[in-house]
Unconditional design. Structure first.
Length: 322
């Protein structure tokens, strides 16, 4: 879809009309990843309404379109991986991460054929993944730990939803993907997981990214979104069967499938996110990803982490709560 059409569609949801006197419409976009499902739960259980917020979900999977929408002031916030935040900020998108949504802890993996037993064995092999996406960053990170550049492998570029299928068809010797595609890729005879985020945590982190002017001019609204997420998280943990039933319908899977697919990620509650070491981890991951993207020539300038990630709203989160 042309960018101008996407921007027009997003603009239609940005009117700030109050559905009720106490609610403000906030547009939010994110990729089709089960880890973001708590936003649907927050909306449908009324947690957003309690915070004076009405989420307007924008179905835009193309990261570059979300970047341009932010630049035009036509998108309020998004959920996404930290590597995509680095790219967008480096390309001039006026956004910042205000909280963690989750961390991959086994949901992302490198699946390989039977003959590949080490990272060194990947040299000269064909690897299918989505370019300039979380899979490329994860692979680059692991290779760099073994003093291997990304160009030591042969990249077979595919759209994210095509990665596992290409591997199953024998178009590559390995693939880098996330659930549920990891499970699909393992159906190839002899296939196994070479490495996953269960072994290498803290590099694939999902964050809530908000347009900078909203953070500065309407922090109370942003804190309301954040509190509604934490309410949804608490509800999911207390009522997993009911909560997963609500969320699963948005992904066209069963509630059991949803619960299974989120097992490989960690949702951090407010208390965990408030810890200084947690916030230091975000800054460290931001720096590592920045260096990887510079080395891979995915960005041409280094974004400022201090302007791209803030914990200020977390520290003030319950100052104006109802």
């Amino acid at each position: 879809m042309p960018v101008f059409c996407i921007l027009f569609a997003i603009s239609a949801g940005c009117s700030r009309q109050a559905l009720e006197p106490q609610c403000t419409i906030v547009t939010i976009a994110f990729p089709q990843w089960v880890g973001y499902g708590l936003f649907y739960l927050a909306q449908e259980k009324g947690f957003c309404k309690e915070e004076g917020v009405e989420l307007d979900f924008v179905d835009e999977q193309l990261d570059s379109a979300r970047r341009d929408a932010f630049k035009q002031g036509m998108l309020d916030c998004e959920a996404g991986t930290l590597d995509l935040l680095v790219s967008k900020v480096a390309q001039g998108a006026p956004i910042m991460a205000v909280m963690e949504i989750g961390q991959s802890s086994g949901s992302d993996a490198i699946v390989v054929t039977e003959d590949i037993r080490s990272l060194e064995d990947l040299a000269g092999k064909r690897i299918v993944l989505t370019r300039d996406d979380v899979g490329e960053v994860f692979l680059s990170f692991l290779l760099s730990k073994n003093m291997m550049p990304l160009d030591v492998v042969i990249i077979v570029p595919k759209r994210s939803e095509e990665v596992a299928d290409a591997f199953l068809k024998g178009e590559a010797d390995a693939c880098v993907t996330w659930e549920p595609q990891v499970t699909e890729a393992l159906k190839r005879p002899g296939a196994h997981i070479l490495a996953s985020t269960k072994d290498y945590p803290g590099i694939i982190i999902d964050t809530l990214n908000v347009r900078s002017d909203l953070v500065e001019n309407n922090p109370g609204l942003v804190r309301g979104i954040m509190r509604s997420w934490f309410k949804a998280l608490a509800y999911y943990r207390e009522h997993p069967l009911e909560a997963s039933e609500i969320i699963a319908s948005h992904y066209k899977i069963t509630s059991a499938q949803y619960r299974e697919q989120v097992q490989g990620l960690k949702w951090a509650d407010y208390e965990t996110q408030s810890l200084p070491e947690q916030q230091q981890q975000w800054a460290q991951a931001f720096h590592i990803i920045t260096e990887i993207k510079l080395a891979n020539k995915r960005i041409s300038q280094k974004p400022d982490a201090t302007k791209s990630v803030t914990n200020r709203l977390l520290e003030e989160l319950y100052e104006d709560s109802k």
